[in-house]
Design a protein around this ligand. Structure first.
Ligand code: DHB
Length: 309
């Protein structure tokens, strides 16, 4: 049985997707197999985002691919995935959970993003989230997201072949994230996810060498929350399209902070790895209690509220 706090107060419309509550499973932490996705949904996520999928299978990097730091995780998996042709089975299965399924897509060219996104949507995905922000795989991810012309071309090519909403997941590793958001929106993005991980590394003082096999990875978790809140706040001032806040959300107060900054929904990733999927239930209950205590009738009333003060 899927757990959902059934109240109209928590319902949100995200670029046409209807969410029972504003929490979503972030891409990457879980999400490679339909079974692990179902555990999250049962624990009350309003929508799920899969692991990033590309046109061909990829093994990813050698171990170690993840390192825990004092207030977050650094990971460099190298985009391991079975390729879209194999992954369509998972998408079809995930559809049976009864919440919107967003497929995270990467590619090494605009055409590849478009082909993969189209196959994902044809298999039943309710939206595509373009990963133009993976911090360390060459010729994809942030190498695309940092270049306004290439980013716009990717978004335009995907929009031309996909009839479902297209979200663009932005990197904080740019000089001006609001400018990047505007480029994505002008090219047709229906919503923006902010933020992907922050470029980071860790060195083992005993062996004296970098811990991750790729040396550099992406930092997630509570360490990046204030960066992510600032990014959402800046994007909200610049574009009208909905923003999905992501970065270090661990409890309901973190989620409310993102909503106040301007996010319509929030994605949770690292907290699931560290605390288990029950965070969805706890965050959702906490947001609802906050809204009641403050006398708000809908979560929509607090989206961007901090800008009005
Ligand atoms: C990976 C991809 C990401 O988008 C990210 O933020 C961190 C790691 C990866 O697959 O290595």
């Amino acid at each position: 049985m899927t757990w959902h706090l059934k109240t109209n107060r928590l319902r949100v419309d995200l670029a046409g997707l209807r969410l029972a509550n504003p929490t979503m499973l972030a891409s990457g932490i879980l999400g490679l197999s339909a079974e692990s996705l179902s555990n999250t949904v049962m624990d009350g996520a309003g929508a799920i985002v899969t692991k990033s999928v590309g046109s061909k299978p990829r093994n990813g990097y050698a171990n170690p691919t993840i390192v825990q730091t004092s207030c977050g995780l650094i990971n460099a998996m190298g985009l391991p995935n079975p390729g879209i042709n194999e992954f369509v089975k998972e998408i079809r299965e995930a559809k049976s959970f009864g919440v919107p399924v967003v497929v995270s897509v990467y590619g090494f060219s605009a055409e590849e993003y478009a082909t993969v996104a189209k196959k994902a949507v044809d298999a039943g995905a309710d939206a595509a989230e373009l990963n133009v922000s993976c911090p360390h795989v060459e010729e994809t991810g942030v190498e695309i997201g940092q270049n306004p012309e290439i980013l716009a071309e990717v978004v335009r090519k995907v929009k031309a072949v996909v009839e479902k909403p297209v979200f663009v997941k932005l990197s904080p590793n740019v000089a001006n994230i609001a400018e990047t958001a505007e480029v994505a929106v002008k090219a047709g993005a229906d919503a923006l996810t902010a933020i992907n991980t922050v470029k980071a590394m860790a060195i083992d003082t005993e062996t004296t060498v970098p811990i991750l096999s790729n040396k550099i990875g992406g930092l997630s978790g509570p360490a990046i929350k204030p960066i992510a809140v600032r990014c959402v706040y800046e994007i909200y001032e610049r574009v009208k399209e909905p923003i999905i806040g992501c970065g270090g959300i661990t409890n309901w107060r973190d989620a409310v902070e993102f909503l106040l900054a301007g996010a319509t929904a929030v994605q949770i990733g690292t907290a699931i790895a560290l605390k288990g999927p029950s965070v969805f239930r706890k965050v959702t209950r906490g947001i609802d209690a906050y809204l009641r205590r403050k006398g708000f009738k809908s979560v929509n009333e607090i989206v961007g509220l901090s800008h009005r003060s």
